[in-house]
Design a protein around this ligand. Structure first.
Ligand SMILES: *Cc1c(COP(=O)(O)O)cnc(C)c1O
Length: 428
């Protein structure tokens, strides 16, 4: 067994953390276990996890139902290849996903991570047009302040000003970007709110394969929540101008915004949809790309006669079994009531921050709560949260939370109280 000091030493000497320097990384905390909504640190401290390990742990850690599903599947097979073989865990999960996602989506392609699910979605859109002899339709239209992943094509549709595009300017394909939707969720939609994307679709539809966006809630690009009418109008514009619509529900899927999928706020069905993150309740990596029968048929009638993708660990049985258990848990519980309760509590609890001098805005949608600051968050904000027993990962100008749906009222109160206190402590 390694001591805490040994772990930290090896971490410093050899490990790389997300978006971090190898040589001067920010501090890291060793975790030994997790239970419910709490992380247990090596020094015995416990922290309430307010980020659900990046949107994924919706039922809490170490859940007996998910543990049992994993153990049972392990005793049968952890993995078999999906080329030429199939199995019940994948079949059940595909059937559930088709049942609960918007009606037009009938085909499921499993992959390992969200970024790959988006790559797959984009490749589907490109093959869809190639299959119709329309090679000129190969560009994508995305939204500013969007985020779709860290691989190259996903970077090429993520926010054009966030640094990646400047860094990889020579490599990334040039796509089109519409202005961030200016119509906030819950506020009145006006015609001017759709102007930017409408103009781009009208002018470029001849070369556009698809519009790709995060429906209703843009996550890492700024936690922007926008009006359902915007999404309805984009759907209509795509139909009118023969452009596919890809909905990236990797962050928003499985209830996070108060609807099972964010597209449901607008009552629309995309042509292609990506899910990931909460799909296995945060147990193990798994993602899926769903598409309509029409997209699947045209791809399959194309020159290749096949969709040209196939990850080694596609539809991993262990991951699918846990996915089935996680969706079973979600759908058998009053998840919407839990999310609504959390939303009300986040609104209430975070409201006190609005009057603070460092704060620009406070907002909540579903089980997502945001304090937006006027200036970038400094490291002492996170330190202040940890001192108050709360684990969050503020970034940019955002101190935000998306707690597990099972977090009880007392813990949500501790969480919002810590957020307000940590922001209140920011010096002027
Ligand atoms: C996290 C995220 C991704 C990327 O998923 P990974 O599993 O990290 O590759 C893509 N799109 C959205 C909206 C996300 O939130």
């Amino acid at each position: 067994m390694l001591t805490i000091d040994q772990i930290l030493q090896i971490d410093r000497d050899h490990l790389w953390h997300p978006y971090a320097s190898a040589l001067t990384p920010p501090p890291v905390l060793p975790v030994v276990s997790a239970e419910g909504v709490r992380l247990r640190l090596a020094d015995g401290r416990e922290l309430i996890d307010g980020v659900s390990s990046w949107w994924s742990v919706i039922h809490g850690y170490n859940h007996p139902v998910l543990n049992a599903a994993a153990t049972e599947q392990l005793s049968k097979m952890s993995h078999v290849m999906f080329g030429g073989l199939t199995h019940e865990p994948a079949a059940r999960l595909a059937r559930t996903l088709v049942d609960i996602t918007p009606a037009a989506l009938t085909r499921v392609f499993f992959s390992d991570s969200g970024s790959v699910a988006v790559e797959v979605a984009i490749k589907m859109a490109l093959q869809y047009w190639l299959g119709q002899g329309r090679a000129e339709k190969h560009k994508l239209l995305a939204l500013k302040t969007g985020y779709h992943g860290d691989t190259f094509m996903t970077m090429a549709v993520s926010d054009p000003d966030d640094g990646m595009h400047t860094l990889f300017n020579q490599i990334l394909p040039k796509n089109l970007f519409a202005d961030t939707p200016a119509c906030r969720f819950g506020e009145a939609f006006e015609e001017r709110h759709i102007a930017s994307i409408k103009t781009l679709i009208e002018q470029h539809c001849g070369e556009l394969a698809a519009v790709i966006l995060e429906p209703i809630a843009q996550a890492y690009g700024g936690m922007n929540f926008y009006a359902p009418e915007y999404l309805r109008r984009v759907r209509a514009l795509c139909d009118e101008h023969d452009v596919l619509l890809i909905a990236d529900e990797i962050a928003t899927g499985f209830g996070r915004t108060g609807e099972l999928f964010a597209c449901n706020h607008a009552g629309i069905s995309p042509d292609i949809m990506c899910v990931g993150k909460a799909l296995t309740g945060g147990y193990i990596t798994l993602a899926a790309t769903l598409c309509s029968e029409r997209v699947a048929a045209i791809i399959s009638h194309g020159a290749q006669g096949a969709f040209m993708h196939g990850p080694t660990f596609m539809a991993n049985p262990l991951a699918c079994a846990i996915g089935n258990a996680s969706l079973g848990l979600l759908l058998s519980q009053p998840w919407q009531r839990n999310v609504q309760r959390i939303e009300a509590q986040l609104r209430d609890g975070l409201e006190a921050a609005r009057a603070l001098p460092a704060v620009r805005d406070v907002r909540a949608l579903g089980a997502i709560g945001v304090i937006e600051l006027k200036r970038p968050v400094t490291p002492d904000v996170q330190a202040g949260l940890i001192e108050r027993g709360v684990w969050l990962r503020p970034f940019g100008r955002l101190v935000y939370t998306m707690p597990p749906y099972v977090m009880d009222a007392a813990d949500v109160q501790t969480l919002t109280g810590a957020m307000v206190a940590a922001v209140a402590a920011i010096p002027n």
